[in-house]
Design a protein around this ligand. Structure first.
Ligand SMILES: Cc1cc2nc3c(=O)[nH]c(=O)nc-3n(C[C@H](O)[C@H](O)[C@H](O)COP(=O)(O)OP(=O)(O)OC[C@H]3O[C@@H](n4cnc5c(N)ncnc54)[C@H](O)[C@@H]3O)c2cc1C
Length: 382
């Protein structure tokens, strides 16, 4: 086993941290309060190559492996304090991965370049009002019509939904709940398609710069060539997608945890009460110790998950273990960070209250913590 990152990965880490600190942190408080997506920063990230990390070079990307990409996303989240923007970028990367893995030559040609340079924004939609954790009970329906398909139904909470020019949609061609998902297929649908409309951005507790919305399909016509992968392969595609997503989300959570830890270490060394630094109290330094343990264990898990995917292997169990551990650790680190900073931690100007609000969603999206435990238990034969 080799635990060291390559020189290229280390250089990329440094340049992304430097870029994010310099370019991405100036208006976050205002954008957070107004629920405003930072389009200018999105474009800067595109120019930096961050949207094309996983896009093959022939389509204008950097063609990185997942481990290198995960290190880059960690660096981005470490330097950039706007977790909503990072989430939007990961959503884009996941859509690019799906197109690259399952798209036809024509679909790749049509979308990969535009997605990688940020000109086009993408979203992926599976969750429905009555089908969240229970994905197989989705009701969005697909029917064949003369020249293609028509979609009817609706999705909810979709990241990038209000901004997306193209959306990946999962739909089923049968009534009732699927038993194994063999009747679920996956489609690309463009904004502006008749019968496809997008709801208003949803107001959220955290990740407020990320834009989420409902999507509505009312006999929306999708040409036959817009099916992604084969008919009935929707759940196969979803299961692959979710592993990539859990790796990238975990990478971003670890970047945030490292940034928050650094801020706490700095603070407890300088803040004095009762004539000495607050870090001299074990009840404070133990919290810092726990943050570091979670960070280091999370990194080991992340690199294993990414390595498995780079070997072309399944990482269902590892992705669930890593996602569960790191998302819960992120939440507890952010809560401890606010506590360590006392009253100041509770104030907006300290920025940690925003990290805490942002962190809570991590144990919900990409499969809740309860569902990760269910998956782990199922894979152990329970
Ligand atoms: C910020 C954010 C971004 C998102 N982005 C997207 C996106 O881009 N695309 C998309 O498709 N979706 C997206 N989602 C939706 C997300 O994937 C769902 O919210 C999540 O899967 C949970 O579904 P639900 O909200 O319907 O909760 P429910 O499934 O209704 O769950 C409610 C509670 O019950 C628990 N629960 C449910 N079933 C079980 C069970 N069998 N055992 C134990 N506990 C159970 C859950 O863990 C949870 O605590 C996003 C959500 C958020 C918050």
């Amino acid at each position: 086993m080799n635990f060291s990152l390559t020189d290229t990965q280390l250089l990329q880490w440094e340049s992304i941290v430097d870029f994010s600190r310099r370019e991405l942190n100036s208006e976050i408080r205002d954008n957070d309060q107004q629920g405003q997506f930072p389009l200018e920063n999105w474009q800067k990230c595109a120019e930096m190559g961050l949207l094309g990390l996983l896009t093959p070079e022939e389509y204008g990307g950097l063609g990185e492996d997942l481990l290198s990409c995960a290190v880059s996303i960690e660096a981005l989240s470490y330097g950039c304090e706007d977790s909503g923007l990072v989430h939007a970028i990961i959503t884009q990367l996941c859509c690019i991965v799906l197109l690259n893995l399952y798209g036809s030559a024509q679909q790749k040609q049509q979308y990969l370049g535009k997605l990688s340079c940020g000109e086009l924004i993408a979203a992926q939609s599976i969750t429905e009002p009555d089908a969240g954790s229970d994905v197989l009970s989705m009701r969005t329906k697909v029917d064949s019509n003369g020249s293609g398909y028509s979609l009817s139904g609706g999705k909810v909470f979709i990241s990038n939904g209000p901004l997306a020019g193209v959306v990946i949609v999962f739909a089923k061609n049968g009534e009732g709940k699927s038993s194994f998902g063999g009747d679920i297929s996956c489609f690309l649908i463009e904004r502006g398609t008749a019968g496809f409309s997008v709801g208003k951005p949803l107001a959220k507790m955290g990740l407020r710069t990320l834009q989420n919305s409902e999507l509505f399909f009312d006999d929306a016509c999708v040409p036959a060539q817009m099916m992604l992968g084969k008919s009935g392969h929707g759940m196969f595609i979803f299961n692959e997608a979710i592993e990539w997503e859990r790796v990238l989300m975990t990478a971003s959570h670890l970047g945030t945890m490292e940034r928050v830890l650094g801020k706490c270490v700095e603070y407890v060394k300088t803040r004095k009460q009762f004539g000495r630094e607050i870090g001299k109290n074990q009840s404070i330094s133990n919290k810092i110790g726990d943050m570091k343990v979670n960070l280091e264990l999370g990194k080991l898990m992340l690199y294993k998950m990414a390595w498995l995917k780079d070997q072309g292997k399944r990482a269902t169990l590892e992705a669930s273990v890593g996602k569960l551990f790191v998302s819960e650790s992120l939440k507890s680190s952010c809560l401890d960070a606010v506590q360590i900073h006392g009253g100041y931690g509770y104030m907006q100007e300290c920025d940690l209250e925003r990290d805490l609000r942002d962190s809570i969603a991590a144990t919900i999206y990409s499969g809740t913590s309860e569902m990760q435990r269910n998956i782990i238990a199922r894979m152990l034969g329970l």
